[in-house]
Design a protein around this ligand. Structure first.
Ligand SMILES: [Mn+2]
Length: 357
């Protein structure tokens, strides 16, 4: 099919993650190695995720034609001709094609679907027996593994230098989808070993998907830790550690850092100058909240919303609110009051001396 095609489209889900972009990029090279004459291009609905930027650059360096579709008019640059073949990778539901969903439905004569998700809804693509599916969620933990097995067959047609790049980005795709091998399928390690044998560079793969946090994010977290107050309360006979802090931005990273530090719950306040209000986020250890059988939203957030106005949302263990008051002290005082009312033995605040010079 690839050999006979004149126009080939390769596409994936919105906000392509490393597994999606690597699979699309490698399938493009597979198609090009089999058919130099076809017009082969990648269509990306809405672009790529932060983690995928490095892979996107490598893919561009390989000379791949990539069109990012952010609005319908971006599709106009494609001639209104039929595509002989569309290869849809890492897509579990046609909804995930977002803006290009109709284009794929209408312009593709044949569709090859490569995917590893357990639950799929791709009925729309199968009309008139034009679609073929390759994948199996118990065998493969990522689409990159499936694509690797296809790439292997044509490696003799690709330069050794490019082969190494392609297997490395596929390895990055596997690393990302398995959360660095925390969840794998039957064939994952076998395929990864073959990738390494063929020149995949593990360190490079790890590095290209590492997201560099902005320096401002780091500063926000440091301020959050320096400003925080720590409390111990007693709920259902158990000691529970609660942190309260405030920061100008990155409040959810701040709250997660406090939980990572050892607190069971963290509340972080931010003054919103535009809204003249206080934004609040809360994060907690899911296991502790479950054990205690409490709901942070009802025990804390709802009380604050009743007091100050505003609204909030989230789950029993994580969420946020906007409070219609421009008063950090007032909100903090109210939070401490809520701790008092939930605690069986009053509250204890941690206090440590600082070394003074
Ligand atoms: Mn995937």
């Amino acid at each position: 099919m690839i050999q006979l095609a004149q126009r080939i489209i390769i596409t994936t889900h919105v906000n392509a993650d490393p597994d999606a972009i690597s699979s699309a990029c490698v399938m493009t090279e597979v198609a090009k190695s089999l058919n130099r004459h076809a017009k082969t291009r990648i269509l990306l609905p809405e672009g790529v995720s932060q983690e995928s930027k490095g892979i996107y650059e490598i893919c561009k360096e390989l000379g791949t034609h990539i069109t990012v579709v952010k609005k319908y008019s971006d599709l106009e640059e494609l001639e209104q001709k039929l595509n002989d073949l569309c290869i849809v990778v890492d897509v579990a539901s046609s909804e995930q094609l977002r803006l290009i969903r109709d284009y794929i439905k209408q312009s593709c004569e044949h569709i090859l679907i490569l995917d590893h998700h357990q639950y799929q809804d791709l009925k729309e693509l199968y009309t008139g027996s034009r679609a073929v599916y390759i994948g199996n969620e118990t065998h493969y933990s990522s689409t990159s593994e499936i694509v690797f097995l296809i790439l292997e067959k044509v490696l003799n047609r690709i330069s050794p230098e490019n082969s190494k790049k392609l297997v490395t980005i596929l390895l990055a795709g596997v690393l990302s989808d398995t959360k660095r091998f925390q969840r794998i399928a039957a064939n994952t390690f076998h395929i990864v070993a073959k990738m390494i044998d063929l020149g995949a560079d593990y360190q490079t793969a790890l590095r290209i998907i590492a997201v560099e946090k902005l320096p401002s994010n780091r500063i926000a977290k440091i301020k959050c830790i320096l400003r925080h107050r720590g409390f111990k309360v007693r709920i259902k006979g158990k000691d529970v550690y609660i942190a309260v802090s405030n920061v100008g931005a990155f409040e959810s990273d701040c709250a997660s850092s406090l939980v990572a530090l050892g607190y069971d719950m963290a509340f972080v306040l931010t003054e919103d100058e535009k809204l003249k209000a206080i934004r609040l986020v809360y994060r907690s250890r899911e296991d502790v909240v479950m054990q205690l059988g409490i709901d942070i939203f009802t025990e804390f957030i709802k009380k604050l919303v009743d007091e100050f106005g505003g609204g909030g949302g989230g789950h029993r263990a994580a969420g946020g609110a906007i409070l219609r008051v421009h008063d950090l002290k007032g909100v903090t005082a109210q939070l401490i009051k809520a701790m008092h009312s939930i605690s069986e033995t009053g509250i204890m605040e941690f206090a440590e001396e600082r070394i003074s010079f």
